[in-house]
Design a protein around this ligand. Structure first.
Ligand code: B3K
Ligand code: ZN
Length: 873
């Protein structure tokens, strides 16, 4: 089939101004009546057919202005409804459809979760509820009447404000009517019906309006909603302070459901969440869970302005709302927690998820120009790199001008379905800068590389940085144009302070940012009193790879002295990466890796440096992940050798730093009650990192002790992960204990599945296969499925990439099985193959064969076919 192309964008011939929905809920036979007020747009020729989207709908009636249409007046298929000759002026279209939520396993449109009803409409789910213009540039005012049996669905919720509710006399049924005054695209529609526990609160906005806040959770989980509510209130306050954005309806609702394809959804006034991003209490949720909840609650709330009030003209503009909103939630979490720690975590995520995507067959621009299946473009590139692009705008323009550009964007485009060009134009105007080269960040895929060389002329006190940029070829883009790359920098002098310089030439340098625009710059600094160590890309000021030959001494110096915390962390990563690549090479050559004692010493020193924030120390002690090393190696990758090399480095650090880690582990013991705040979480992270190293030094007794005495999930799960991952004799007993403690608690059982699926052990595949038969496993619940099968494919480098290909075959089997149930989750799983071309020949051949086997299956969903095609392409 033909792809959808950005260049083919055309507005619809008709506008839909209002839609009144009447939905009568029933598991097998829900009826939907949609009455829309429609008018031709300017320039539409009279008699132009009206063609609406549909998907798996049963049409029961069509009428225009109260008159039923005859079969000669329209054509209805599974996918579309065409009215051949609509009236010349405005008219009312009434469409009746029938759907079966209980049969909807794709979890798009209206479906069942537990014994409740909920919807997911982004990107193209509304067409599974009624025939409509299911695209983001058609904005309508929605009024939604929901009717259901009272006992089955005591709560009936939709977007906007509740305007009426009541019983239906003489029946066991009731109804509610919701009205959303803000015109919105269909993807932001939501409806929920069911039985929940409700947590309520209020928020007073900056103009003094009181907003009702409600979080709906499964009965019995009321005690797990407090942190989400607190996060919501902090998000609302922050958006007022940081961006001047006030909430606009009288009520804001969040519903937590247990069956959900992704994280959460920003439906206007009625966010629907995967319950994993709502529910938390200390003995069931980890510190990471708490941080994720805070971030996702904020993200969905911030969409109210960046996504809802200003939406996207078409799905190619997805990063307009997603990249920007990720940027906003990252800024929020930075302000709530530690900015450097948040930055490091975000960059780790970017490098481990987005860089490999950009380096493989699924690479695409932040704003793609063509797609077969839009759901496959909710990617790390659109989200995470999209956020980096916004951050670079801020770096280039400065905080004040950036804010002026945002203000202009909100003022000018409120109520619009906008484009990236509209967005960038606001910053060009606010700054007076020409941003046309900057636009390439949205258009060119691939991770640019900066090659840097340096020179110092002592007699002239002149320091030179030669900076060259390039960008590798990516699918559909064999050659690239030079981009605007902001390089935040410092010239670190012998005493650790940044050296001053008197003049600089060869590139625009604004404050501490070199603005790279040409293929090559010779940046010359005059009046530099001593030879500096360059600290480049501070704060990771651009999503690029940096190739700069620095001696180990220079990196160790930066690790100890750089005043930019990000680059201190980066220095440790650079040192470790170099050592890991060498160790991997040694293993492949059949040799024993030799580890530089200076590196071991540096890690041990970081561990016990009490002047440094514990969370930061924990991040510094975390070695680059196996997938990161694979990406650095780039080709002919052998995951077993990487694992062995990494294990050797880890054990060397563990053994050499044993006393330091023991001291750390003991000194960080805390008698205080658990609190999820960032400082306490940082201490736990550091202590668990010490435990990890101790275990790798053979001190495994501490691990079981930790497991048994833990009073919170962070510590308990860290210990369980070590017991199982190291294959300790106590593993089985610990797993049985953990299961029996949390039997019936799906979100915790997910952790139990994941710990087993990610253990780097030869027996893991058999165990995972056996666990797919476990009563707690489910093919229809995305969280359960992902916690086992997707976790194995994406979180277990050695076992997914088994040299006999059995890991690939297992995953491909599950892609095919799941594709018949839930294509979106199946397609996500298949993208675990995205780096297959970088593998050594034998594994590469196995992976390719499995991708082909998937592609060859008849009746594949568009979602899976698209990923298989592009992966092989
Ligand atoms: N906008 C939703 C994602 C929808 C994904 C559809 N396949 C959540 C978010 O990014 O906030
Ligand atoms: Zn989002």
């Amino acid at each position: 089939t033909d792809p959808v192309r950005l260049k083919d964008y055309r507005p619809t011939p008709y506008a839909i101004r209002t839609i009144d929905l009447d939905v009568r809920l029933d598991p097998e036979n829900t009826t939907v009546t949609a009455r829309s007020r429609i008018e031709p747009r300017e320039g539409t020729a009279p008699g132009t057919p009206l063609v609406l989207d549909g998907d798996e709908l049963i049409l029961t009636s069509v009428a225009i202005d109260g008159r039923a249409l005859g079969t000669a007046d329209y054509e209805a298929t599974d996918k579309r409804l065409e009215i051949f000759a609509p009236p010349a002026g405005a008219f009312t279209l009434e469409v009746g459809t029938r759907i079966a939520p209980a049969k909807n396993t794709k979890l798009m449109g209206l479906y069942r979760t537990a014994s409740n009803y909920c919807t997911q409409c982004e990107a193209e789910g509304f067409r599974r509820i009624t025939y409509f213009y299911d695209r983001p540039d058609v904005l309508a005012v929605y009024t939604t009447r929901i009717e259901a049996r009272k006992a089955e669905a005591p709560y009936l919720l939709s977007n906007g404000n509740l305007i009426e509710r009541g019983d239906i006399a003489g029946t066991d049924r009731h109804f509610a009517v919701w009205h959303d005054p803000f015109p919105k695209p269909a993807y932001l529609f939501a409806l929920v019906g069911g039985d929940f526990a409700r947590i309520s609160d209020t928020f007073r906005t900056m103009s003094g309006r009181d907003v009702t806040l409600e979080i709906y959770v499964e009965h019995g989980r009321e005690d797990r909603g407090a942190y989400a509510m607190d996060s919501l209130k902090r998000s609302m306050k922050w958006d007022e302070e940081a961006f001047g954005r006030e909430y606009d309806l009288d009520i804001f609702m969040i519903v937590a459901v247990s069956d959900f394809n992704m994280g959460a959804m920003e439906n206007k006034g009625l966010n629907v969440f995967n319950d994993k991003y709502v529910l938390a209490k200390p003995d069931t949720a980890t510190d990471q869970d708490y941080a994720n909840i805070e971030g996702v609650i904020a993200h969905e709330y911030f969409h109210n302005w960046t996504g809802n009030r200003i939406t996207c003209r078409d799905w190619f503009q997805l990063c307009l709302k997603e990249g920007l909103t990720v940027f906003r939630d990252q800024e929020f979490s930075s302000d709530q927690r530690s900015r450097p720690v948040k930055r490091i975590s975000d960059v780790r995520l970017l490098k481990s998820h987005q860089f490999p995507e950009d380096a493989g067959p699924l690479a695409h621009p932040v704003r793609p120009e063509t797609y077969h299946e839009i759901n496959n473009f909710y990617t790390a590139t659109v989200y995470e790199k999209g956020s980096e692009v916004v951050r670079m705008l801020k770096t280039l323009l400065g905080a004040e001008t950036f804010r002026a550009g945002m203000d202009l964007y909100f003022a000018r485009h409120d109520g619009d379905a906008a484009t990236i060009e509209d967005f960038v134009a606001c910053f060009a105007e606010a700054s007076g800068r020409d941003l046309s080269q900057f636009m390439l960040w949205y258009k060119q895929s691939g991770t640019p590389e900066l090659r840097v060389a340096q020179g110092y002329d002592a007699s002239a006190k002149r320091y030179t940085l030669t900076i060259e940029q390039s960008c590798p070829p990516t699918p559909g883009q064999p050659t690239k144009l030079p981009m605007t790359i902001p390089v935040r920098f410092g010239l670190v002098g012998p005493n650790g302070a940044d050296l001053a310089f008197e003049a600089v030439s060869g590139a625009e340098v604004a404050g501490d940012v070199i603005v790279v625009t040409e293929p090559k710059h010779e940046v010359v600094f005059e009046g530099v009193s001593a030879p500096p160590v360059p600290s480049l890309l501070r704060g990771f000021s651009a999503p690029v790879r940096l190739a700069l030959e620095l001696s180990a001494e220079a990196s160790l110096f930066l690790l100890a002295s750089d005043n930019d915390p990000f680059n201190r962390w980066q220095a440790a990563q650079t040192l470790a990466t170099t050592a890991l690549i060498e160790a991997t090479r040694a293993v492949r050559a059949g040799a024993v890796p030799s580890i530089d004692p200076k590196l071991v010493d540096a890690f041990a020193r970081v561990a016990v440096d009490d002047k440094v924030d514990p969370a930061f120390r924990a991040l510094t002690l975390a070695l680059p992940a196996e997938a990161d090393i694979a990406r650095e190696i780039g080709s002919d990758v052998d995951p077993d050798a990487i694992f062995a090399g990494r294990d050797a480095l880890k054990k060397a650090i563990a053994t050499g730093g044993r006393t330091a880690f023991r001291h750390l582990y003991e000194s960080l013991a805390s008698a205080e009650a658990y609190s999820p705040d960032a400082a306490s979480a940082g201490r736990r992270a550091l202590r668990n990192s010490a435990l990890d190293y101790l275990a790798h030094a053979g001190e495994t007794d501490s691990v079981m002790e930790r497991y048994r005495t833990a009073d919170n999930m962070t510590d308990r799960l860290a210990a369980l992960g070590l017991v199982v991952g190291l294959g300790l004799p106590e593993a089985e007993a610990a797993l049985i204990d953990f299961y029996s403690r949390f039997d019936g608690d799906g979100l915790v059982i997910d952790k139990w599945f994941t710990v087993q699926a990610t253990a780097p052990l030869a027996a893991t595949l058999d165990r995972v296969r056996a666990l797919t038969e476990h009563p707690a496993f489910s093919l229809t619940n995305p969280n359960r499925f992902r916690s086992l099968v997707t976790a194995f494919a994406t979180g277990n480098q050695t076992q997914f990439n088994r040299p006999d290909g059995a890991g690939y075959a297992f995953v491909a089997d599950h892609v095919l099985t799941l594709d018949e149930i839930n294509p979106q989750v199946a397609a996500r799983l298949l993208s675990a193959f995205r780096s297959w071309r970088a593998l050594e020949p034998r594994r590469r051949a196995y992976a390719e064969a499995e991708l082909k086997r998937v592609l060859d299956k008849p009746g594949l969903s568009r979602d899976v076919a698209d990923i298989a095609n592009r992966s092989l392409g």
